[in-house]
Design a binder for this molecule. Sequence first.
Ligand code: DC
Length: 229
Amino acid sequence: MNQKRITIAIDGFSACGKSTLAKDLAKRLDYVFIDSGAMYRAAALYCLNHQLIQNGELAKEEINAQLSAIEIHFELIQQEPHVFLNGTDVSEEIRQPEVAGIVSIVASYKPIREKLVEAQQKMGKQGGIVMDGRDIGSVVFPNAELKLFVTAKPEIRVQRRLAEMEAKGIQMNVDEVRKNLAERDHLDSTREESPLIQVKDALVLDNSQLTKEEQLDWVLAKVNLLVTN
Ligand code: DC
């Protein structure tokens, strides 16, 4: 039987495990996985490399003039999605604290959002996609068949982010991580342009007490209901 290939939109705060869930789901369903945050991080890296942000202020005119020179795409390398900025694999670089420190400011700039949203919508045209971010269910795919809003207790998110950074060989202090997450939560949910919101038709998944496998099974059960009906 040919199953419907749906669009799955996953939103939530930073370090809630959205990308892990999205990646696991895409593997199990043989869907495309897009980490939209990686695209904003790549745009932020571009701004850093070209001195387009100083003391938290964006050089808006220069960014506007260079927008068409920013090319971001994904490639699968040994089954893992890698993000490329103007032809260079920046998957590692975009996880550095320097990028995390400015990405919310870059992501709040409308022309950057418009450019990336357009690219994201193109990638999702055929369905069979799992995308995670902050505005996926509200702006990028408002008609997604399945929308999830993922949450976890703040201290659990701090521990997860610390473990993720440690696995990448980046040592961070717990207070620094707590502060960065709190600042980003605030900026992401209070900005004017497509703030993070919990849309009415999203299912809420609090994964504070769930293992990766348990949360995956929970979502797969919801997907099964949608694709077989
Ligand atoms: O998910 P992440 O932490 O890698 O996201 C990086 C930043 O990009 C985060 O501060 C919010 C922003 N972002 C966004 O504004 N919209 C998205 N769809 C995805 C991420």
